[in-house]
Design a protein around this ligand. Sequence first.
Ligand code: B12
Length: 481
Amino acid sequence: MRVLLANPESKVWSSRKQIPLGLGYLAAVLRDNGHEVAIFDAAVEDEPFEHYLDRTHFDMVGVTATTPMIYEAWVMAQQAKARGKWTILGGAHLTIMPMESMEHPYVDFVAVGEAEDTLLELVTDLETTGGKHLGDVAGIVWRNEAGKVIMNRPRVLDSAIDRFPFPAHDLFKIDQYTNLQPLTDGLDPNARSFIIMTSRGCPYKCNFCSKPVTGDTWRARSVENVLAEWRWLVRDMKATEIGVTDDIWNMKLDRAKELCRRIIEEGLNTVPWVTVHGMKVNHTDLELFQLMKAAGCKRVGFGVESGDEYILKKVIRKSQTLDMVREAFKHAQAAGLQTMGFFIFGMPEETAETMDKTIEFALELDPELANFMIAAPFPGTRMYDLLEKHGNIFSEDWHDFAIHDQKARFQIGDLDPQLVEEKWHEAYRRFYLRPNRLMQRLLSKDTWVNAPARLADARRMFLSKKGNAPAAVGKTDGAYQ
Ligand code: B12
């Protein structure tokens, strides 16, 4: 079968284009099983999706979506259906709310959860039997001849993830991503950046996070399997920057150290890498950071979230203490790594005092980069469920759930939304407008290297505000990634 896998372009933000890795995995599985497959990432294509559909001949179109992207995904499915294609949606939002999309007649299927096996089984059944065994494909929601929507049994998460092929990195128009800051908070906006996922899932239960696809069980690829992909990216795909994008790549400290040692032994440590998402401080020590540095890592990110022990422990349930965070930063900085902190304002039960503590803590830790966000209640999270019952979520527009602007999104108890926004502004002001920071920025090469991209961002933001250009991104789409 000829399958097109598509990623929508965000209307709320998107100057940072990042490879939709999930589509890479699906494409590799389909290709390895003899199907024709292509990837259309609207965020980097320079032709409208409809034009592309009209000049190509796919049988099926699959679209991916996180919550803020779902409307754009529906539009793409509608355009595909209007041209007689099979349509299937998948990704985080669909896994959390599959039935919402099945209300639309132009959506034939929804894949719930990890879908490497699901999509292959579906395509195989449609191709070989015309869909006689759709009821047997775990992990899909479909509509029978009578028009009844049926949710099949869930796809069980497989721990042997070494069996999945490497994502079809070669199907991504990698040069289109360059100078578009391909790695969120990457090192060089002009890098040939690739992302790699060395494990899936996370056992921690932070109130703002849902892990709808990868789940609560940590499943690791073997060090040799990860190394083989890393070698491919460095040697064949000519990566000049790599982003490790696991939920929690260092869950097993020894494995993380072993991976670094192998990267060093193989001489792959010439390509700089970063941890795109927050490393968990609970599984770190000085030796790990020293090995990461020697393995080419330049920057590590930490999900700090709050500077208040009560908010951290009782509200977010982050299972880390402020002292554990202090130790991780001290060790990372001692190892010569740049650091980045993700901080959240406006959690339930927050006050001026608790948010002041978060600002003070950010100033104390003093990372190179601090990402301050305003809490966003994504569906499928404990925070969303709490607010649904006892709070007031301001918007039902999924676009408003994107973390890119300084707007409070809910009210609960004594939490003052306006105060949250004020503290968010204050955090940026007090952190980045410190004289030594301003001097650092003025003198740093990054500032001048990134200036063109940032000016382009600012110009797009300005034009988009005037409603005649694609939206641009602020500095804030960090923590919930
Ligand atoms: C890398 C990452 C990013 C990257 C890249 C996003 C991207 N487009 O890939 C960046 C940094 C840009 C990012 C940004 C955001 N992210 Co993010 N991100 C992740 C992260 C850590 C890994 C995603 C990934 O690569 N997974 C690996 C692959 C294997 O899984 P997958 O992509 O889900 O794909 C599998 C299935 O979902 C399914 N599938 C996916 N698409 C499709 C399509 C079809 C047709 C089919 C059949 C199946 C299918 O099959 C795939 C293979 O198994 C996840 C956490 C996680 N562990 O999943 C959060 C996560 C997806 N992000 C999240 C969020 C909220 C965001 C932001 C909205 C934050 C913000 N700024 O507002 C933005 C949205 C940007 C966007 N373009 O969608 C949430 C999504 C929750 C939700 N309700 O949607 C997650 C789950 C984090 C969390 N723990 O809550 N993110």
